[in-house]
Design a protein around this ligand. Structure first.
Ligand code: NAD
Ligand code: AKB
Length: 323
């Protein structure tokens, strides 16, 4: 076990899109009873709830969170509980409270109890003034509250690492595509919702323009990157809390065309809403050569592989539901 203070691992936000899959992956890597799934109101997926320990709590409640860490003998926290970009623009104060207050509670406890921390960042740290392919070292002027909390979260993580000696690591995930758990209120959610319509034989109404190009990644790659960066030797990491991470970039209509090549007759209509402005504020792609050089990051899934795997898994799930 690679934890600091205690023996076990805690995943906050364990009912979410990433948390569900990360808990399952960690329970493959470590004994299942050593991986605690923490959630608030959204229930855990049955395979997470039934496969090991869990705890109910709110990351903005410092005392309650400390109790969970103490009771479960936690040494490493994968801190995924957050409010994402689209929900964050509807509720900016809640977004600030959860994303900043929750992270501060996690990092303070990490300082007191010698915990290791994974704290994800996002392509949302970038604003409209970066090049269309954002380099690792860019100006960070996001236009959303979510992006602002991610920039401040990276700075907070760097502060706790440098001034307080906390081992905290993080990745700037692109939009993540997965079939097991629906995404929780982000701008890149169209790249998941489109598959659900396709397997149901329905047309999809896409909330961004056809020519919207964003950085994306399959969940399998994101989970592998998460486990790899936590295992990487500290001396290899030149920007431990804020690595650009890339896999593929595609326009919404390129994704639709790839799906239509496997689902004949599939139709997409484009009706942009307020999420278009968020998508337009993010870069088309990110440059992740520093992650590749520092700790050997390589993605495995391109657009074709993502589409094939998504359609296969969602079709199987749908057949099971209707059987
Ligand atoms: P999600 O919305 O699917 O899950 C987040 C979970 O946090 C939810 O289950 C929610 O109930 C929980 N939560 C919210 N407020 C809470 C609180 N106060 N206390 C406890 N739990 C609370 O999000 P996700 O997509 O799994 O994202 C996880 C992390 O990864 C976030 O930090 C997010 O910013 C980051 N990220 C995600 C993506 C992506 O495409 N999914 C991309 C970039 C970065
Ligand atoms: C969102 O769209 O908010 C997330 C992200 C890229 O951070 N998927």
């Amino acid at each position: 076990m690679t934890s600091g203070g205690g023996q076990r691992v805690l995943v906050t936000g364990a009912a979410g899109q990433i948390g569900t899959e990360l808990v399952l992956a960690l329970r493959e890597k470590y004994p299942a009873e050593d991986v605690v799934a923490m959630y608030r109101s959204t229930p855990l997926a049955p395979e997470v709830a039934d496969g090991g320990p869990s705890a109910v709590g709110d990351v903005t409640d410092a005392e309650g969170f400390a109790r969970i860490v103490e009771e479960h003998d936690i040494g490493t926290v994968y801190h995924l509980a957050a409010i994402l970009s689209a929900t964050g623009e509807s509720n900016p104060v809640v977004c600030f409270d959860v994303n900043m207050g929750g992270l501060l509670n996690v990092l303070e406890l990490a300082r007191e109890r010698d915990l290791r921390v994974f704290s994800p960042s996002s392509i949302a740290v970038f604003g409209p003034d970066v090049p269309s392919e954002a380099p690792q070292d860019s100006v960070l002027h996001p236009t959303t509250m979510y992006g602002m909390t991610k920039v401040a979260g990276e700075l907070l993580a760097d502060y706790y690492a440098q001034a307080q000696g906390v081992d905290v690591r993080g990745l700037r995930y692109p939009g993540l595509i997965s079939w097991r758990t629906p995404p929780g209120g982000g701008t890149t959610d169209y790249a998941v919702a489109i598959f659900h319509s396709a397997v149901q034989g329905q047309p999809y109404t896409c909330f961004v323009r056809a020519d919207t190009r964003l950085p994306m990644m399959y969940m399998d790659d994101a989970i592998r990157a998460t486990l790899d960066i936590m295992d990487a030797p500290a001396e290899r990491l030149t920007c431990p809390a804020s690595y650009n991470l890339a896999a593929v970039s595609f326009r919404a209509d390129e994704l639709a065309a790839e799906i239509a090549s496997r689902v004949p007759g599939f139709e997409v209509h484009y009706v942009p809403d307020q999420r278009q402005a968020i998508a337009d504020s993010w870069p088309d792609a990110v440059v992740d050569t520093v992650a590749r050089d520092d700790w050997g990051w390589e993605h495995e899934f391109g657009l074709e592989e993502i589409v094939a795997d998504m359609l296969e898994n969602l079709s199987r799930e749908q057949q099971l539901e209707t059987a």
